[in-house]
Design a binder for this molecule. Structure first.
Ligand SMILES: Nc1nc2c(c(=O)[nH]1)N[C@H]1C(S)=C(S)[C@@H](COP(=O)(O)O)O[C@H]1N2
Ligand SMILES: [Mo]
Length: 203
């Protein structure tokens, strides 16, 4: 009988890390893998914008400079991909959802969010997942501007869910009264994506 659930956990203990940080079925990686459908989009910041729309009093469009002029926040979080890699202590800098609410004023009917990214990629989360202190709309990771591969100029970071919810190349947030499945969710990925419950595929 082993003291640890798995080899992966044993490795963490050897590194002095708390094995409880690793969700079931995940292994730790030190590098940061790149994963997405499609290609890395070319972005021209002079025409780029970011929209918050749907169930809000004031649909709002921001330029990159306007977004970066909002109060900024930093988070350090563990990220967990459904393909089983986890990366600990990735830091992000950006703007928290709460800063946008003062501009857009969500209606009381707003309960869900559909994140819209370049090339039609979408991901859905309950609004509560964005209200989480550790969620962020980010332009920096580990102290440097996001690499294009990792979503520059802007990505969503929803650390409470598998990482596919964290849309790279984010262009907008649509507030909804009823949930709508995003890109991977329509392909059979779990709608909730809670890695502690191993909600990988299916409802
Ligand atoms: N726009 C877009 N965002 C995306 C994806 C994608 O295909 N397109 N893939 C998701 C998945 S499955 C993962 S695991 C993470 C990977 O982010 P990374 O490449 O920065 O590690 O991005 C997520 N965000
Ligand atoms: Mo993923």
């Amino acid at each position: 009988m082993s003291l640890f659930r798995s080899k992966a956990e044993h490795k963490l203990v050897e590194k002095g890390l708390d094995p409880k940080r690793l969700p079931p079925g995940q292994y730790l990686t030190e590098k940061w893998p790149v994963l997405h459908a499609g290609t890395v989009p070319q972005t021209d910041l002079s025409t780029w914008d970011f929209k918050v729309f749907g169930e809000v009093e004031e649909p709002t469009t921001l330029t990159y400079d306007e977004l970066k002029a909002l109060p900024q926040t930093e988070i350090t979080v563990d990220i967990h991909c459904v393909t089983r890699w986890s990366r600990f202590d990735t830091s992000f800098k950006g703007v928290h959802w709460r800063e946008l609410t003062t501009l857009v004023r969500p209606k009381s009917s707003a309960r869900f969010v559909l994140a819209h990214a370049e090339q039609g990629f979408t991901a859905n989360v309950p609004l509560a997942a964005l209200e989480d202190d550790e969620a962020l709309i980010a332009w920096e990771a580990d102290g440097a501007p996001l690499e294009p591969d990792h979503g520059w100029p802007l990505r969503l970071v929803v650390p409470s869910r598998y990482f596919w919810k964290s849309a790279k190349w984010l262009r907008g947030l649509e507030l909804l009264s009823a949930d709508q499945p995003g890109f991977w969710e329509r392909y059979g990925y779990h709608n909730d994506a809670d890695f502690w419950k191993e909600q990988r595929y299916g409802f």
